[in-house]
Design a protein around this ligand. Sequence first.
Ligand code: NZQ
Ligand code: ZN
Length: 389
Amino acid sequence: MNSFTFHNPTKILFGAGMADQLGQQVAELGSQTVLLVYGGGSIKRTGLYDRVIKQLHQIGARIVELPGVEPNPRVSTVRRGIKLCRDEAVDLVLAVGGGSVIDAAKAVAVGVPYEGDVWDFLLRKAKIEAALPIATVLTLSATGSEMNGGAVITDWEQNLKKSFSSPYAFPKFSILDPTLTYTVPANQTVNGIVDMMSHVMEQYFSQTTDTPLQERLCESILQTVIENGEKALQEPAHPEARANLMLCGTYALNGGMISVGMQGDWATHAMEHEVSAIYDIAHAEGLSIIFPNWMKYVYRDRIDRFVQFAVRVWGIEPEGKSDEEIALAGIQATREYFTRIGAPSRLSDLNIGEESLPRMAEEAVRFGPIGYFRKLGADDVLAILRMSL
Ligand code: NZQ
Ligand code: ZN
């Protein structure tokens, strides 16, 4: 196990009905002018918007709105939000929505005190040194953005999708009310399942040794997602399934709590971001396609971890099988689960062909080779993307 420092300052309010704690939490922060950031309208259809506005009015907060955050949020929208904050002297950025809304809110919050353009942070040309306070009400279990310092933003004109991670971008508080996710449609529920599983797997497939607790934490989250994911798909308002998925999504990527002292991989995420930078597909659709192919490409580098994954997570019977057969059965089980719940398995299913793959491969390694389980150069990325066609 490696040495580590772990600090996660986000306060979590978890449970049915917790959305009604919002006003009090904002009042405790002493915020007076709130930028309310939300997406394409789901919060209006579900009635959450009215609940939020009512509570903010009750505490006398002034509300400025940034609606229309796109899935795969655009830097143009972030720039609009930064201008609003400056013009209206906003002192809290409140995201009400899924990962895209939260990420956009984070980018707004770090962009306000910075004199240059916020995109500098995504290109790693500048370091984040301050931010407005951020708070969130989560409506979709998937990214973990509600309890981490990361954000992923797209410049659609340049077809670039880049991320930043900063201690300044952790939310002050996040409200995790699973009842808010009952309205999440099946395809977005599937995306959430694949994304949270991928976050765990990015950390689990590590070259670090002597990490038995971390490995078992990862395995138990994967098993809990696998069980509860199908329940939530069969019964969208299943209280326990939705609550368990929400907790799993948050634990899966909250500053690395489950994988402290362990070097994660993250190459699959880097590759996926290049796909959704050019094609407007959901992040998790790309992950569902690429992850099993990444596994096939690298599993021999540490077959014991892939054997353990197959046996402990998927219940593959090891008796009478070689390590190679067990490892491949685990990869196959992952592919089959994703397919069974309705996630795509080939880039060509999403009308993505060979033509953009070389560009994606080059862009993926812009800041150097990706991944730690095995370092991947542009040729490796291209090979994995071709396996995914
Ligand atoms: O826009 P609205 O109308 O709100 O609808 C959204 C959106 O269309 C809808 N939705 C959300 N909550 C709902 C709901 N519909 C009905 N009922 C509800 N309760 O769902 C659609 C997708 O929302 P989005 O926020 O885009 O999904 P998700 O949470 O999966 O976020 C995806 C984004 O997060 C990034 C991805 O790259 C992608 O841009 N990621 C962020 C990470 C982070 N910050 O840590 C890590 C991830 O790996 C990921 O890269
Ligand atoms: Zn992800």
